[in-house]
Design a protein around this ligand. Sequence first.
Ligand code: HEC
Ligand code: HEC
Length: 213
Amino acid sequence: MTACRTCRCTLLLVLLGAVAGTAAAAPPPASASPDPPHGELLYRRHCVACHGGQAWGDGPREIPALAGQSEAYLIEQLTRFASDARPGSVMHGPAMHDTLKATDVNRATAIGDLAAYLARAPAAPHAEQGRGRSLDVGRSAYSRACAGCHGEDGAGRDGATPRIGGQHFRYLLSRLREFGATHRGLVETPALPAQEQQPLADYVSRLPGGGTP
Ligand code: HEC
Ligand code: HEC
């Protein structure tokens, strides 16, 4: 199992490197000294209407919670959204993409400041959850197919693998439906039967995700 995890991790890094190299030119260097208060200012100006006053997202609208997410992962995603390498969901992806075109946010330093603010913000205390049926199915699917990378508590790993524990149920479910056998074409994951998606998203929404940083 250990060897297997190691080998997946290596594959992942190679794939992420390849994508960053082709689609988004070079990944932006994380700012040497990010400025979280400036990130908060940008957040209030450009993001608050959708992601909410405390960056806790909105379950019914499938808008993810961002507070407490891994800083490196946030930088990577914002860079990909800004360059169109990640198009985003049909309803909100284009609107969000336009948001990131403003000259004060579409810069490596601004993205670094935003990520620094969000990563340090207290995580949402309660995620939107599913109906609580078949949580045992969700638990065993998670241990089998996800925990090796995202961690038993859903806290993520080494920056690039995001925290997913405590994320909103409907957002998780729509990501699982979109992903199929790979995550955005980046990471190969074990096959997941369709009937396991709902219990799995429900189970993950209840995981602590490492708690508030
Ligand atoms: C019009 C509403 C809207 C606005 C404005 C918006 N977002 Fe989003 N954002 C979304 C939705 C919906 C998703 C999830 C669907 C997707 O992937 O497109 C999302 C996804 C994200 C993600 C990916 C989360 C993940 O876990 O992969 C990040 C990061 C993010 N937004 C940050 C921001 C930041 C920072 C801003 C402001 C600069 C912003 N968003 C503005 C609606 C919005
Ligand atoms: C091989 C390691 C690996 C495995 C196995 C894996 N993931 Fe991931 N997951 C990742 C990485 C890396 C990312 C970030 C991808 C990116 O940068 O777009 C990710 C992203 C995600 C996201 C997107 C987060 C967001 O907010 O948009 C979700 C949701 C997710 N994984 C859920 C799962 C679930 C559920 C499973 C089990 C079925 C799983 N993952 C299995 C590595 C893995």
